[in-house]
Design a protein around this ligand. Structure first.
Ligand SMILES: [Zn+2]
Length: 1087
């Protein structure tokens, strides 16, 4: 049907009367549109409209529905077997269950009454306003329930329609889809004392015609409401709806069929099955079912495990009824939980994966944050994710799936390509609250030039309800129509909603029917996978626009800072794991009896990766989640400690602190030459110098006499005014702030005249809504300086001096700050170190520390994964201004030609540089969704590192060193170390290598026969994996040296697939040549 060809419609009729028989009026749009709503409205109309014919019979109460319950004690979440072993007590509809987070198991005995047995569709309707899971009598999870009118129906199998009693169990979880917040604001901290009333438990016979008609008029009604008023398609929709309502006769089932027949004029005759998609016409919108389950957020990890089984059971069930449904689901961690806890459902999923209907996607361990994790963490998200998918489903993912995260690292495209993925789907940038991101489909280009094909669904949601409007917006909001008009529509309820519902699928059938019958609506298609969609795009990839560098998210900037302790744990555990892998690699090769602790390493990485979930690490979860992550990290540290203790022994040392420099050594896990002071005791220090993993110590006194007398002094110039001075720097401190920092070698004052560095400032921090997530631009207008107390001398040692200042932040909060300067050692750039202890009890305040510096540049540098990014220091455009708070890793740097200043930190991620003012973000105090976020004591370290030249290897290495202090060890039995051989490092870059190169990771090959845990086929022999990157963005050549006996070297991707063999030189050395910001992985096959 079409409206464009009047000649085919308006033929003169022979019986056209001469005189008008009656007046005919126009439809008055507003009134006739409102009438459509009334046809299926509740309240005063529901007894008289379509709803009154929805059900053909209802049976509730005994003997049809017999209920008994067992309440799980102490908020436990027992298994099916445990639960059903208990005695169940009789209960009934109308009872309440709680408190929040408790679990209640119901035994439900159903007996379908005679009059409902021959009905076409019989369901159990269960609603307790909380989440539930239907189990068979013998313990198979069948389907999830959401509650509150959402997903409350479970279809009774035909075998239940025999008049006999049948038993099922329902596991009730006392939380809603979005947790347990009080009132209507879901991000408020949970109320621990909520109770849920079992409102409905009844057998219902549904009239399928009424249900179908309900969807028909919903969608045609949408066309009447949402199509433009100047289109004939809109007017046609309005008349069809009114014709349907006119034809409806209350109580007459036949009239439902008549109504549906009228609907066909608009949606066509095929919407009752997947046949509607067989028209052969070219679609532009591709629907893909999805269920975004936050791995923790407004509920703990333990509840997510159940959300997964509820949701995915649902999808397996729905697929049996809707052959067009394709469902994509990410996060290997969630699959692993399902495999361990619900093997029946995991098998069901596996079957659907095999059928090509259920699509594991994403390639990562969880849908993680990408601002804060280290480069190696991003690599491991994919290594662990892809290995899980490959070993369980036989193939890796091609698409990185990350709809919901708070900004995108500029190195992601490179890491994706190295992890076997060349496509990327995300959506969150549509939440930008300053500038609109200009593309829907584009090539996204990393720092090193690697690209991925990126698509951001134009419906601007990853939990679409498959509305008419979602399909319409898939075209109207598409920003890349010049290049390609296709798009993905990612639909399905997230979290506790269980993914797509039957309603979503029915609505999409009608949308397709409309496109093929009347047109105007973009043609939606079902049955394709995400990979099919991208395959098609890939063909025209070279014509798509490009976006270089990070995808900065203009919202949720508070997530670089909120939940400081969790962020500290992330940084620390990344460093611990680096140490463990490096040292365990050395130990396992040095001593064949030492077993590489692969299981412990896997468990530790899985903890780190899990806690990088996009609501966990960013700080946007409830308090319970951080209690869980604290526990997980504590376990990780304990495991690591045990491993390191064993390794130190294998290496021939003990962890006891040496009494003298001669008896001790320093453990160096950075693979470059270090010269650093270490404290032997309260007064004594030594200098560790060397490039090995184990570095000898020289007593400081001795070092001094052998070198040009490094010294440091502390002088009280006047009352409370101190000068700290070494051979390189002269620092003046008064009232806790640095009033002068003079670089003696460059003869340059760093602090502009009259300015104060290390100045604490506090801001009002009340964002528009998302408290834990957002800091809004206007907070900058509320800056208040915090005046420090009187500065006092703290340490006056031969090798280090320091001053201390106690500062009152408010009546509730305070900070004690130690500013220290150590003796400068030959060839090592000196820094001013600050260590603070903050006692923090504020409400909606933001604490930062400022460093005005006499350096000018329109761009500042911020360390990110495997490199750094530049961001503006000005507010020229709204795009520049939007970056008023940005993410950094171990350093931020402001340099001009010839000179610069870097600020190093040990656990912080938020930063801003405005003009020549550098500002490190320290602590926030949002009250939702965690009412106690960041309250308590925090130890934070940072340093001011001035340097000659622009940003260079000095900053990169000092930032590593600041985060990886040398660890002291003793020779076993107090003996002197057994000679120079023990000081060798087995892996190093030779001295003539470009200093921008960093060996970041040293580990054993995943599938080495002595390491493998058997997920994937073992590989013969032993190997060592090295990950090296160019940190500064230039071509970097170097030579890797090793004391391992190497037979062959291959360059690999991050999944350790061998790509090419590398030519070897003498003694196991091999040359490397990296492109700017390249991340290169090498596999050393040992003899
Ligand atoms: Zn999310």
């Amino acid at each position: 049907m079409g409206g464009g060809d009047p000649s085919s419609q308006v033929k003169p009729q022979a019986d056209y009367p001469v005189r008008a028989p009656k007046p005919v009026g126009q439809l008055i749009p507003r009134i006739y549109k409102d009438r459509i709503g009334q046809f299926s409205a509740g309240g005063q109309w529901q007894e008289h409209n379509l709803l009154a014919m929805m059900y053909e019979g209802v049976a509730s109460g005994e003997p049809h529905v017999q209920l008994s319950v067992w309440d799980a004690p102490n908020l436990s979440r027992p298994t099916f077997d445990e639960a059903v072993s208990h005695e169940f007590k009789k209960t009934s509809v109308g009872q309440s269950f709680g408190p929040s987070w408790s679990t209640h198991w119901f035994k439900v005995v159903l007996k379908v009454p005679e009059e409902l047995r021959n009905k076409r569709l019989v369901e159990l309707h269960w609603d307790a306003f909380n989440e539930g899971l239907v189990w068979t009598e013998d313990g198979k999870p069948l389907q999830g329930l959401t509650g509150g009118g959402e997903r409350v129906e479970w279809i009774l199998p035909d075998s239940f329609l025999d008049g006999k009693e049948h038993t099922i169990y329902i596991e009730m979880a006392c939380n809603k889809m979005f947790g347990n917040s009080p009132g209507g604001d879901s991000i408020q901290p949970p109320d621990p004392n909520r109770y849920f009333r079992l409102d409905r438990a009844e057998i219902v016979a549904v009239n399928p015609d009424a249900r179908q008609l309900y969807i028909d008029i919903w969608i045609i009604g949408d066309a009447a409401r949402e199509f433009p008023a100047d289109s004939w398609e809109q007017h046609k929709a309005l008349t069809v709806c009114n014709d349907i309502i006119n034809a409806f006769e209350l109580g007459n089932k036949e009239s439902l069929k008549t109504c549906r027949k009228i609907a066909e004029q608009y949606i066509g005759p095929n919407v009752n099955s997947a046949k509607v998609y067989d028209s052969g016409k070219d679609p532009v919108v591709f629907g893909i079912g999805h269920c975004h389950i936050d791995t923790c957020w407004l509920w703990p990890f333990a509840e997510t495990k159940r959300k997964v089984v509820r949701s995915w059971s649902n999808q397996c069930d729905l697929m049996d009824r809707y052959p067009e449904l394709n469902f994509a689901c990410s996060q290997a961690q969630q699959y692993k939980w399902l495999k361990e806890l619900y093997p029946y459902t995991f098998d069901r999923v596996k079957k659907k994966v095999k059928e090509g209907r259920f699509h594991p996607i994403g390639g990562s361990w969880v849908e993680h944050d990408t601002n804060l994790p280290s480069g190696e963490s991003l690599v491991r998200q994919f290594l662990y994710g892809q290995r899980f998918f490959e070993s369980n489903f036989g193939s890796r993912c091609q698409t990185f799936w990350l709809p919901d995260t708070f900004g995108y690292s500029a190195q992601l495209p490179q890491i994706c390509r190295l992890a076997g993925m060349n496509r990327f789907l995300t959506q969150k940038l549509s939440w930008n609250n300053i500038n609109k991101f200009p593309h829907t489909t584009f090539n996204w280009v990393a720092l090193d030039g690697s690209q991925v094909l990126c698509h951001m669904p134009p419906a601007e949601t990853y939990t679409a309800a498959a509305h008419f409007g979602d399909v319409k917006r898939s075209m109207s909001q598409h920003k890349s129509l010049d290049q390609d008009a296709t798009s993905l529509l990612v639909f399905g309820k997230g979290d506790g909603g269980g993914g797509p519902t039957w309603e979503h699928l029915e609505k999409l059938r009608r949308c397709r029917g409309i496109s093929d019958t009347v047109g105007l609506l973009p043609r939606v298609h079902m049955g394709n996978s995400v990979d099919d969609f991208f395959d098609n795009l890939e063909r025209k990839a070279d014509s798509l626009v490009t976006w270089y560098g990070e995808l900065y998210f203009e919202l949720h900037r508070g997530t670089y800072t909120t939940q400081a302790n969790n962020k500290y744990n992330n940084r620390k555990s990344e460093i611990v794991l680096r140490d463990v892998e490096l040292l365990a690699t050395i130990a396992s090769i040095k001593d064949k009896s030492y077993k590489y602790p692969k299981k412990d390493i896997d468990d530790m990485w899985e903890t780190v990766l899990l806690c990088q979930f996009h609501d966990c690490l960013p700080g946007s979860s409830i308090e319970m989640c951080y209690d869980d992550s604290d526990e997980l990290y504590a376990k990780l540290y304990k495991t690591a400690e045990g491993i390191l203790k064993d390794i130190v022994k294998v290496l021939g040392y003990s962890e006891a602190k040496p009494a003298t420099a001669e008896q001790g050594v320093a453990l160096n896990t950075l693979l470059w030459n270090r010269r650093q002071l270490v404290d032997l005791s309260e007064d004594e220090a030594a200098v560790a110098t060397g490039s090995g993993s184990v570095i000898p110590l020289l007593p400081f006194e001795l070092y001094k006499s052998e070198h040009d007398e490094p010294a440091v002094s502390l002088q009280e110039k006047s009352d409370g005014v101190f000068v700290l001075e070494n051979n390189q720097l002269k620092v003046e401190v008064e009232g806790g702030v640095i009033t002068s920092l003079f670089d003696k070698s460059e003869k340059r004052e760093i602090i502009p005249k009259g300015k104060k560095a290390n100045q604490y400032v506090i801001y009002d921090d009340k964002p528009l809504y998302w408290q834990a997530w957002d800091v809004e631009v206007y907070h900058l207008d509320t800056r208040k300086e915090i005046s420090g107390g009187k500065t006092k001398a703290h340490e006056k040692k031969e090798h280090r001096v320091s001053v201390v200042t106690s500062t009152k932040i408010s009546d509730l909060s305070s900070v004690e700050t130690i500013i220290s300067l150590s003796a400068a050692l030959d060839g090592e750039q000196s820094w001013v170190e600050v260590s603070s202890k903050v006692d923090w009890h504020e409400t909606m305040k933001f604490l930062k520390v400022e460093f005005p510096v006499d350096v000018r540049n329109t761009e500042a540098n911020y360390e990110s994964q495997f490199g750094y990014v530049k961001r503006p220091t000005h507010y020229n455009t709204s795009w520049d201004m939007a970056k008023f708070e940005v993410c950094c890793h171990k350093f931020a740097d402001l340099s001009e030609n010839g000179y610069g200043v870097s600020i190093l930190n040990d656990s912080k991620y938020g930063f801003a540089t405005v003009g020549n003012l550098m500002r490190l973000s320290l602590l926030r105090s949002p009250k939702a969704p965690d009412a106690h976020a960041d309250m308590g004591t925090h130890h934070i370290r940072w340093a001011i590192l001035p340097h000659s030249g622009s940003l260079g290897p000095t900053t990169v290495r000092k930032a590593y060193e600041f985060n990886n202090p040398l660890k002291l060890m003793s020779s076993l039995a107090g003996l002197a170390p057994s000679g120079p051989a023990s000081f060798d490092t087995p892996i190093y870059l030779t001295g003539d290598s470009n200093p921008s190169l960093v060996i970041d990771t040293v580990k054993r090959g995943e599938d080495d026969e002595d390491v493998s845990r058997g997920e994937l086929p073992k590989k013969e022999g032993r190997s060592v994996i090295l990950r090296i990157y160019d940190s500064l963005g230039g071509r970097a050549r170097g030579t890797v040296g090793t004391t391992f006996e190497v037979a062959k070297v291959s360059k690999t991707n991050v999944l350790e697939d061998e790509l090419e063999e590398v030519e070897m030189g003498d003694g196991g050395r091999f040359a490397i040549d990296l492109k700017p910001f390249e991340v290169a992985t090498y596999k050393l096959h040992l003899k």
